[in-house]
Design a protein around this ligand. Structure first.
Ligand code: 5GP
Ligand code: MG
Ligand code: MG
Length: 189
């Protein structure tokens, strides 16, 4: 607690300003794509990592959207998920016959997203789009199968390294960093 979390960061990949500009662009895309729908889409964030992105994104969407969260947990090492996440927090909002925009912090292997999409489909979503702030396609193990006419939105392509900040943690730390960066390697040991 004596040193600032900023001193733990080796490199900043996306600054607070860059994040904010990209979130505005994504919100404009989403607003335009769903403007003609009779019922607004439902935004479903994946807790905990997506909480800041959800908060920023929905405030820039131009119509009223219901917001809910799910939590998916996998038991992997500190920096990698294993292949079998389970849903440990379920939705409160009814998504049956509704368009859903699933909001994630980062898609890595794709296991978490695939599991959550399957869950939303089983609850009757008529389409599932994905809006992830970061995408690491180099590490994908399972393809992300959208539902119905669902679209895939992404903020930035992330290089193959472990990042923290803007909601993303290392051992529950650094989520509140306002930018996205890479930790100094000695902090992983
Ligand atoms: P996946 O199931 O696609 O492998 O991983 C999804 C989840 O693992 C993300 O939602 C995120 O919580 C975590 N994750 C994947 N890559 C990173 C990363 O570079 N940094 C952090 N902090 N979490 C990550
Ligand atoms: Mg996540
Ligand atoms: Mg995590």
């Amino acid at each position: 607690m004596n040193t600032t979390m900023h001193s733990h960061i080796k490199t900043i990949l996306w600054s607070e300003d860059q994040i904010s500009r990209r979130v505005s662009e994504l919100a404009a895309e989403v607003s335009a794509d769903f403007a003609g729908c009779s019922l607004a889409p439902i935004v479903v964030g994946v807790a905990t990592g997506a909480f800041l992105f959800v908060a920023d994104l929905v405030r820039k969407i131009e119509f009223s959207v219901p917001v809910d969260f799910v939590r998916a947990e996998s038991y992997g090492s500190g920096t990698e998920s294993n292949g079998a996440p389970t849903i440990s927090l379920d939705l409160k909002v009814d998504i049956n016959a509704r368009h859903v925009i699933l909001v994630e912090d980062i898609v890595d292997t794709g296991h978490t997203l695939s599991r959550v999409i399957k869950h939303l489909k089983s609850k009757g979503a008529s389409s599932v789009s994905v809006c992830t702030f970061l995408d690491k396609p180099a590490r994908r193990k399972v393809n992300v199968q959208l539902v119905g006419e669902g679209k895939f939105y992404r903020g930035f392509e992330c290089p193959d390294c472990f990042v923290v900040g803007y909601g993303m943690d290392f051992a529950e730390q650094y989520r509140n960093l306002p930018y996205i960066g890479v930790l100094k390697p000695e902090l992983y040991e």
